[in-house]
Design a binder for this molecule. Structure first.
Ligand code: NAD
Length: 291
C-alpha cells in the first residue's frame, strides 16, 4: 500500500481512452491495488469468499486484501484472461488460494455454477462480494439503447440478485454479503442515467436484504465508492471526464483501489458484527446530497 502522498493527483491524469473491455495492464497510470505495505491480522482466516469482478480495479484490491487476511477466494470476471491470471498470480504470491472463473453474472444459471464450483473447490462459502458492473456513458437518454439498458440492469442488479440467491442456501449464521454501490446512485450523474439507476437499486437491495436476513444472522452491507482509478473509467467515460479525474474530491485526486479494500475486509470480518444494512461512502469527500 502506498502512502497517500504517493497517489497521483487529478492534474496528472490525461485522457487515455481504451477500447471496452479495457485491460488494466494497458493503463498508462497503473492503479494502486497490491496493498504492498498493508498489515494483515488473520481476520478472514478459514473463510471462503466469492468476489465478482475480482480480476481488475477495486475487485483486484479486494481479492488481494482477502487473501492477505487468510481467505480462500474465487474471482469471477467476463473478459481479459491476462488481468485475471495476474490477479491469481498476485494472490498466490501472497500465499493464498484463488480460483478464477470466467463467466457472465447476468445469467442465473452461471451464478449457480460459480457457487457450485466454489463449493467443489473449497467445500464451503462464507462471504459473497457482489462487485462486477457494467457502465457506458451516453450524452442523452435517447442514446441509451435497449441493449445497453438491458446489459446494465442485468449485470449490475440482476447479477447481484442471482449471486445472492445462488449463495444463500450455503451461507450460515455469521456469513456476509457485501455489495458495491456508487455515489452516483445517490447523487445522479447526467451521463450515466441507466448505471446510476442500477446503483440506487443496489443500495435499496442492500437495505432490504439486510432486514430480510437479519434473523438468520447473515449481514448485508454496501460500499459506495466515489471516483476510483480503475480500467473501467478509461473505457467508458468521455475523455473530458478522464482528464483531471477525481478533481472534485477534497484531495484533488481519485481514490486508488487499495484505499477501498480494507473496508471490505472490515465488512467481511467479525469486526463489523453490529453492522448490517449500512451504506458506507468512500468518496474522498465527494458528498452525496442527502447524507
Ligand atoms: P473494473 O472494470 O476494474 O472491474 C469490473 C469487473 O467486473 C471486471 O473484472 C469485469 O470482468 C467484471 N464484469 C463486468 N461485467 C461482468 C459480467 N457480466 N459478468 C462477470 N463479470 C463482469 O471496474 P471497477 O471500477 O473496479 O468497478 C468495481 C465496482 O466498483 C463496480 O461495481 C463499479 O460500479 C463500482 N464503482 C466504481 C467506481 C470507480 O470510480 N471506479 C465508482 C463507483 C462505483
Amino acid at each position: 500500500m502506498a502512502t497517500p502522498d504517493q497517489y497521483p493527483l487529478s492534474k496528472e491524469f490525461k485522457a487515455q481512452v481504451l477500447p471496452y473491455p479495457p485491460k488494466q495492464s494497458e493503463m498508462h497510470i497503473q492503479p494502486f491495488s497490491d496493498l504492498s505495505t498493508y498489515k494483515a491480522a488473520g481476520k478472514l482466516q478459514g473463510k471462503t469468499a466469492i468476489i465478482t469482478g475480482g480480476a481488475t480495479g477495486i475487485g483486484r484490491a479486494i481479492s488481494i486484501a482477502f487473501v492477505k487476511e487468510g481467505a480462500e477466494i474465487t474471482i469471477v470476471y467476463n473478459s481479459n484472461d491476462e488481468d485475471a491470471d495476474e490477479t491469481k498470480r498476485l494472490c498466490e504470491a501472497n500465499g493464498g488460494k484463488c480460483l478464477i472463473i470466467k463467466t457472465d453474472v447476468s445469467e442465473a444459471e452461471n451464478c449457480r455454477q460459480i457457487v457450485a464450483q466454489t463449493l467443489a473447490e473449497y467445500g464451503k462459502l462464507d462471504i459473497l462480494v457482489n462487485n462486477a458492473a457494467y457502465q457506458m456513458s451516453q450524452k442523452s437518454l435517447e442514446e441509451i439503447t435497449e441493449e445497453q439498458l438491458t446489459r446494465t440492469f442485468r449485470t449490475n442488479i440482476f447479477g447481484y440478485f442471482f449471486m445472492a440467491q445462488a449463495a444463500l442456501p450455503h451461507l450460515q449464521k455469521g456469513s456476509v454479503i457485501i455489495n458495491t454501490g456508487s455515489i452516483v446512485g445517490k447523487t445522479g450523474i447526467p451521463i450515466l442515467i441507466d448505471y446510476s439507476a442500477t446503483k440506487g437499486a443496489v443500495h435499496a437491495f442492500t437495505k432490504s436484504l439486510a432486514l430480510n436476513l437479519g434473523e438468520r444472522g447473515i449481514r448485508v452491507n454496501c460500499v459506495i465508492p466515489g471516483p476510483v482509478w480503475t480500467p473501467n473509467i478509461t473505457a467508458t467515460m468521455p475523455p473530458e471526464e478522464i482528464n483531471n479525474y477525481g478533481h472534485e474530491t477534497v484531495f484533488s485526486r481519485p481514490g486508488q483501489p487499495e484505499e477501498l479494500a480494507p473496508m471490505y475486509v472490515m465488512l467481511a470480518s467479525d469486526d463489523s458484527s453490529f453492522m448490517t444494512g449500512s451504506l458506507i461512502e468512500i468518496t474522498g469527500g465527494k458528498l452525496s446530497s442527502d447524507s
